[in-house]
Design a protein around this ligand. Structure first.
Ligand code: PEP
Ligand code: MN
Length: 332
């Protein structure tokens, strides 16, 4: 149950109510939000005379549920936004990892020339094998900060584990929690306290319910700026890297109040399918796309097969324009 309480109650008193119910609370400008688990369906006696409003739920998808908030949360991205009135589709692009100054600079030049706002590149890569490139760490974050200065791009980058969560939150404009870390409660808490937009990627073996519960974890720490990312789930198919769950996206659009972006790059695993998938996702009216592109995909130190070269990226991006226009969206 979610219960709104008036602001004339002290924090100590709110905490007492929360403790009595095993509940969490967050503060909004005009009210406090008390969140119990969904099995509580009756307004507790102690709150009956002070509650402003309340909602009950069938599951613990509560703060992120359209039952609670019918409109999609508006997440501010620099001088623009996604969600809200749903008029924008954000392009988030860049190489899988920061590899060198020269490489990341070439990426920035291309993104800038295309009018793209958000550079995404990893510095702490969660790799499948311990014998592969794991990212430049803080040196990579410093390069990204330099690129932000020089090119005016916003920086999205991933925190892989709690050892560097603070650093990533400090450098990034948008913090990514990756698929393999979706269930890392240390990272979910850090994301909840980041005070910045968070991209929460769906674990490739996770249900939609598990994904939205993780979103509720972040939101119940006081951060509503959560963007869900579908990046493909594990299926029996092995010819493609993962299976992009567009049915799941439709379900999220219907039931969840958070903006949704899609990552065809990690789902497909091969550059040849990305254009078609990006166009299909755009036609679905999603809030954003995350596409990996590298100045020299064959030389990439991670995810080489799926990264578009710059010409492929520009062609793909141009092809999205008429589709976005047809469904009343602007690419931002
Ligand atoms: C990435 O975004 O580069 C990444 C590692 O993706 P995922 O967490 O979806 O596997
Ligand atoms: Mn990658």
């Amino acid at each position: 149950m979610i219960i709104h309480l008036p602001k004339n109650i002290s924090h100590a008193r709110i905490q007492e109510h929360a403790d009595a119910l095993g509940a969490l609370w967050v503060e909004q400008p005009d009210y406090f939000v008390l969140i119990t688990n969904h099995t509580i369906k009756e307004m507790p006696l102690s709150l009956q005379h002070i509650a402003i409003a309340h909602w009950t739920f069938d599951t613990d998808m509560q703060l992120s549920s359209r039952q609670y908030m019918a409109d999609t949360q508006c997440v501010k991205i620099g001088d623009t936004y996604i969600g809200g009135d749903g008029k924008h589709q954000l392009m988030i692009a860049g190489p899988c990892a920061v590899e060198s100054r020269e490489q990341i600079e070439q990426s920035c030049q291309m993104l800038k020339q295309q009018g793209i706002r958000v550079l995404r590149a990893g510095c702490y890569k969660p790799r499948t094998s311990p014998y592969t490139f794991r990212g430049l760490g803080e040196d990579g974050l410093k390069l990204l900060a330099e690129m932000r200065e020089k090119y005016g791009l916003l920086i999205a980058t991933e925190m892989r584990d709690a050892t560097h969560a603070d650093k990533v939150v400090e450098y990034a404009d948008i913090v990514q929690v990756g698929a393999k870390a979706m269930y890392d409660h240390g990272l979910l808490t850090a994301a909840g306290q980041a005070g910045k937009p968070v991209i929460l990627k769906r674990g490739f073996g996770s249900t939609l319910q598990e994904l939205v519960n993780c979103a509720d974890f972040i939101m119940s720490c006081g951060n509503n700026q959560v963007i869900l990312c579908e990046r493909g789930i594990r299926s029996f198919e092995t010819n493609t890297r993962f299976t992009l769950d567009l049915c799941g996206v439709a379900w999220l659009k219907e039931h969840c109040n958070l903006p949704i972006i899609l990552d065809p790059s990690h789902a497909m695993g091969y550059a040849y399918g990305i254009g078609d998938l990006a166009r299909a996702c755009t036609a679905m009216g999603v809030d954003g796309l995350l596409i990996e592109t590298h100045p020299c995909p064959a030389c990439a130190q991670s995810d080489a097969p799926q990264q578009l070269n710059h010409q492929q990226f520009c062609d793909m991006y141009a092809s999205l324009q008429p589709i976005a226009q047809a469904i009343g969206k602007t690419l931002v």
